[in-house]
Design a protein around this ligand. Sequence first.
Ligand SMILES: Cc1cc2nc3c(=O)[nH]c(=O)nc-3n(C[C@H](O)[C@H](O)[C@H](O)COP(=O)(O)OP(=O)(O)OC[C@H]3O[C@@H](n4cnc5c(N)ncnc54)[C@H](O)[C@@H]3O)c2cc1C
Length: 473
Amino acid sequence: YNYSARNPQVVILGGGVAGVIAARTLHENGFEDYLVIDARDQLGGRLHSTDFGGSTVELGANWIQGTVDTFTGRENPIYNLALKFHLRTAVTDWSNNISFFDSNGTVDYWNIFEDATNAYDALVDNAQQRVSQRGVDLTARTGYSLLGWKPNDIYSMASEYYMFDYEYAQTPDESSWIASSWNEMVSNATKISEFSDTNLMAVDSRGFKIIIQDEAKEFMRPDHVLLNSTVKGISYDEDQVQVVLDSGEVITADHAICTFSVGVLQQNDVEYIPKFPAWKREAVQAMKMATYTKIFLKFPEQFWFDTQFGLYADAVRGRYPPWQNMDLEAFLPGSGILFVTVTGDFSENIERMTDDEVQDEVMEVLRSMFPEVDVPDPEDFMFPRWHTNPLFRGSYSNWPPSFYSQHHDNLRANLGRLWFAGEATSAAYFGYLHGAYYEGQAVADRVMECIINGGHSACNMPYFKQITNPSPY
Ligand SMILES: Cc1cc2nc3c(=O)[nH]c(=O)nc-3n(C[C@H](O)[C@H](O)[C@H](O)COP(=O)(O)OP(=O)(O)OC[C@H]3O[C@@H](n4cnc5c(N)ncnc54)[C@H](O)[C@@H]3O)c2cc1C
């Protein structure tokens, strides 16, 4: 090993939203002795924009989900960054701007779609009641069933998918009833509130990532960042942390803030010395890293629907259901771009197929949606493999029904001088950019408090050594 001359007070592992906001929080408080390390060649993490057929598209996060809370005036910090950097966005209308299809072409199932919308609203309302009555969690599927929603035909299945999986990237059977409703809950549920129903899609030729890259340029010096550097090992104790890079360089710091995704923590890409204690391992492995995949197609010209969305009902639930039209004035006019989204197991399965195999399946579906059109082959075709990517191992966390709030505390808790932050450590906003933002801020505050005040309470977050069932069988 090559022991580094670099010896920062705080090393921040990962330069996504959580890492950059943690660094900014240190800077705002006069702490300049930090180093951000990332394996990629740029900051942004899952804010990942790329060129596709002459247009900029977002492989990762795409929406600012909620802007300003109409009751409290509280603002989504991602929305504020977007305003600051004049990000071009378009309002997405998920609920009204849709065309419906099955494998025989256009079909009208608005009534069923409305039933699915009402069932989802009831699911959220009832979850809120369970929280106020301290009821145990169940799967969202159980919740749906208790409310009488039984999707037994392809149109109900596609509509339910659109309301549920399209957001959480997993099925209702795999998801917590209570946690999947949190983002929609307002008012009496403490600390949990959405900002607003407005969803703004980033459609900026500079990429959504500029909100974090340009923010970083304002305060981060070049010697504050080490890119193209993959962390291979982290050893930690009560006094310091050592980080081993792929180059063999070893960086020693007083504190490390690890912002790797929970998917990365679950795998063996990084060696932790000592191995995480049992309570931490259980929390890490109990969370689910779900996968959400946008499959992009570019055609010489638009031949498809004029609405923002097209919802395709297949006999197999989750098989290429929501299609989105980018060739609209507010989005990427004249781009000839259409994309379809898949999630969960379906995403993991297509990652094991070749691009050509996936393209063949997608085109077969698209041709069945437009039987009257002579649909040409796409000029360009692309999809990312988030699940296989060792820097992410999925797209974002989804709270399973067997994950307790104590697990969540344990996921967040530090191990000596090794601290954790990222979208998954946000109880209220897991899965979202604003979750990563708030967690980056909170962890930096805690590390600074530990540096300034020291002592047990400032330097040790509470955790549960064992999570037990209060009334075992
Ligand atoms: C397909 C997709 C769609 C999404 N859609 C939305 C959306 O519309 N709206 C929304 O709010 N959120 C969305 N999200 C979620 C959002 O992108 C994340 O919540 C957020 O970006 C996570 O930020 P983070 O800082 O916690 O983690 P990350 O961005 O993952 O940052 C962690 C960093 O660690 C680095 N890293 C990992 N391992 C190593 C290693 N061994 N060595 C060095 N560096 C390493 C990675 O390169 C990465 O840059 C989406 C995510 C995806 C993938």
